[in-house]
Design a protein around this ligand. Sequence first.
Ligand code: HEC
Ligand code: CU
Length: 310
Amino acid sequence: MEPTKGVELWPVQLSQHAQQVDWVILAFTALLVVLVLPVFAAMIYFAVKYRRGSMADRSPSASRNVWLEASWSVIPFLLAGVFFAWAASLYFDLFHPPADSLGIDVVAKQWMWKFEHPGGQREIDTLHVPVNTPVELTMISEDVIHSLYFPALRIKQDVLPGRYTRLWFKADKVGEYHLHCAEFCGTDHARMGGSLIVLDPEGYQRWLGQAGADTSLAAAGEALFRKYGCSGCHGANSSVRAPNLAGVYGSPVPLDGGGTVIADERYIRDSVLFPKKQVAAGYKPIMPTFQGQVSEEDLLKLIAYIKSLS
Ligand code: HEC
Ligand SMILES: [Cu+2]
């Protein structure tokens, strides 16, 4: 399958979400035409009627119709409100991935996209996913702001340094589609793209096998957990008083100085890079920072490992 070349004004609709986005755009365009056409018609009509030298009656109108005047403000306002609600609900969908989504990690850097599958398969600038399966991307940048854009899915999300962002989709057609960086990010920004390859489930399994990975993300994370000395403090038979990380992912952690925080990806990443920022209640702030030592990819592996302990 060749990716479509040239300008794609109306790319294929690769998901239900994409169809709905197109409906909003089409309907909103139709609404604008309906609202704007009478205005232009009236403009042309009055321009002709009251042209210089015409004999039209120019005396001020004696009557006023308040209801008519109010209606052309209120009706478009209400119609725009309907569109606001419609588009907002579509937008909110983007923040509610199904619980059974396939999680794939994305690390962006000048100028490439690195994708990591849970089984440890890695690929660059090409993303293989199974069809009809919700896929959730956890994304972070190693340098500047990038933005991952899938035209066929009608979704786009900034990828930031220092903070995870997410994107989810469910592609419903097998094939090869474009992905792009949609945020100007330096010299080779224009070349920071690649393909999204949607495979049937067997094809995806076959691809996973071929792509080959020695270890799953979580297992690679476990090795790093020892390499960086985390296990020296957090391990079962450590003499240091440090929290046991089993089950911590997704649960509330009481903090020193009050308050609690849900231990999500952000919290774990921050715990490793900025341990003093949020200290778990009942512990001394003795954890050293690993800033500058652990790469974003390794952080994602450590997180995969800590998640796997739950
Ligand atoms: C010198 C001992 C030490 C080392 C080494 C260490 N930690 Fe910690 N860690 C702690 C202590 C003590 C806390 C609790 C206090 C705090 O939140 O800073 C903690 C807290 C955490 C938390 C928050 C857990 C919770 O229940 O809130 C995470 C996640 C974490 N560490 C992960 C790691 C990872 C990953 C590494 C290796 C890259 C690591 N730690 C290395 C001592 C250590
Ligand atoms: Cu970029």
